[in-house]
Design a protein around this ligand. Structure first.
Ligand code: KIV
Ligand code: ZN
Length: 514
């Protein structure tokens, strides 16, 4: 009989803690709906006490998304637990995930509590959660740097108070696979009662997937993962890697199955990348664009004879069907929206109109629009909203080897136009400076990524820019056949997002995240 490996997705909670990611409730809901289509068992939708915005997003997901159980994170304080439950209570099924730090470093420097105080917190927080729901998860934060005896005492206290899942977080990514395997075995052997063991591995040493699998080998039956391996610092174990490892190496995980529909993996990965502004690295396992490309002659020869020579995963099984030419400049609105639907992108109303006119504009400059192009165009359009105050009206650049690069922009800000010119190290630098001047802003540019959406000389350039000031860090995306224009669009998108994020944070009065 097959045994279930529970997939607990924390993209919307731990993943959202990646620097520069700030999703609004609508974007979180869109990702949650896709996670439900993907077939994850749990969606950790947020940390409701952190802010009014987080609370509302968790509540919206709990009220709307069918299928997975919706989880919310909570500290042990009773008010936190109650707030978490308030956000979750309308879900089909709900879980409260209670956590407290247990390592000496965290207890001394952050909690300022001794072991007895931590134990009291665990008992009261978990019992309170259990009054609300029978599905309670407990996490001793920084477990891998916690003395074993104390960790077992804490875990036993949580089970006695009603916890049904014991999550073992490798919070700082310190574990090594065989050590983590031993740790999970030790927990199983030492804590009495009925519970499921879960892993939550961070990737500081690049071992998050390996450690999660080692935990599963030792008997963990839930893994906490993020799409594209997002998460604090170097991220969490990547959902697509763990799921595919268990599937492809079923010989080493006999009888173990996840409920994930792997054909939805690529679509989910792209959607998360588009909404978070975090590009997928080309050589990312399973969902990277190179995951199924072969460069060397010998490899190409092998794959042409039989794909199994150099591929262990069937590309179609993860939704990687390769770029197909789908539309051209004569395509109509109907074909456009039908193709978007096939790509899993539900776009309607005003967003569809503006995505369509953008498509027409680009189709005029580029003969063939592939599905990847289409996704990039729509991603950019959806990243812009009707609430955007700042709009790029005109851009003119001059550069070359004989001139100092110079840009002139016309920007409208709440309908009021202003023009500005600037010089820079290159045309993109000059353009960003001119936009900053025209808008009277001076954010720091902390990330710049340019990639081509497909191959070829007329490929679309896809630029993601991260901006920060003292209050927030955000990203913006721009797509064009001209990379300078793509950068200008990305810069403007990031400025708009920065304004919105700060306005939202001021309205909500944010609390610290875990
Ligand atoms: O990494 C961590 O310890 C966490 C906990 C809140 C589970 O994210
Ligand atoms: Zn974490």
């Amino acid at each position: 009989m097959a045994e279930k490996l529970v997939i607990f997705d924390t993209t919307l909670r731990d993943g959202e803690q990646s620097p520069g990611i700030s999703l609004d409730a609508h974007e979180k809901l869109e990702i949650a709906e896709q996670l439900a289509r993907l077939g994850v068992d749990y969606i950790e939708a947020g940390f409701p006490v952190a802010s009014q915005g987080d609370f509302e997003a968790v509540q919206a997901i709990a009220r709307t998304v069918q299928g997975p159980t919706i989880a919310g994170l909570s500290r042990t304080q009773l008010a936190d637990v109650d707030r978490c439950w308030d956000a979750l209570k309308d879900a089909e099924r709900a879980r409260i995930h209670v956590f407290i730090s247990t390592s000496p470093s965290h207890m001394e420097h952050m909690l300022k509590m001794n072991q007895q105080q931590v134990l009291r917190e665990v008992r009261s927080g978990v019992s309170r959660a259990r009054e609300h729901t029978p599905d309670v998860e407990f996490s001793p934060q920084d477990a891998t740097r916690t003395p074993l005896d104390f960790m077992i005492e804490v875990l036993q206290a949580s089970v006695d108070a009603g916890a049904t899942t014991l999550n073992i977080p490798d919070t700082v990514g310190y574990g090594i696979p065989w050590e983590f395997e031993d740790l999970i075995r030790y927990v199983r052997a030492s804590v009495n009662g009925h519970y499921t063991i879960s892993t939550h591995c961070h990737n500081d040493l690049g071992l998050a997937t390996a450690n999660s699998l080692a935990g599963v080998k030792a008997g963990a039956r839930q893994v906490e993962v993020c799409v594209n391996g997002l998460g604090e610092r170097a991220g969490n174990a990547s959902l697509e890697e763990v799921v595919m490892a268990v599937k492809i190496r079923g010989d080493l995980f006999p009888g173990l199955e996840t409920a994930v529909n792997t054909q939805e993996l690529l679509r989910t990965s792209r959607m998360v990348s588009r909404l978070t502004g975090y590009p997928i690295q080309y050589n990312k396992a399973v969902v990277g664009r190179n995951a199924f490309s072969h460069e060397s002659g010998i490899h190409q020869h092998g794959v042409l004879s039989d794909r199994s020579t150099y591929e262990i995963i069937d590309a179609a099984s993860v939704g990687q069907l390769g770029s197909q030419i789908v539309l051209g400049k004569h395509s109509g609105r109907h074909a456009f929206s039908d193709t978007l639907k096939q790509l899993g992108m539900e776009v309607s109303g005003e967003a569809l109109n503006s995505a369509f006119s953008r498509f027409k504009e680009l189709a005029d400059r580029k003969v063939e629009i592939t599905d990847a192009d289409l996704e990039a165009i729509v991603a950019e359009e959806l990243g812009m909203t009707t609430m955007d105050n700042i709009v790029l009206e005109e851009l003119e650049v001059r550069g070359g080897t004989a001139h100092t690069p110079r840009a002139r922009v016309v920007i409208s800000n709440l309908g009021e136009k202003s023009e500005s010119s600037a010089e820079g190290d290159g045309m993109i630098d000059a353009t960003c400076k001119a936009i900053a001047q025209a808008t009277g802003t001076s954010p720091r540019l902390v990330g710049f990524n340019v990639s081509s959406v497909t191959g070829g000389i007329d490929a679309l350039g896809d630029v993601v820019i991260q901006l920060e000031d003292d209050e927030a860090r955000v990203s913006g995306r721009g797509v064009s056949t001209d990379v300078v224009e793509a950068a200008a669009r990305a810069y403007v998108a990031a400025l708009n997002r920065l304004q919105r994020t700060k306005a939202r944070a001021r309205r909500n009065g944010n609390e610290p995240t875990p």
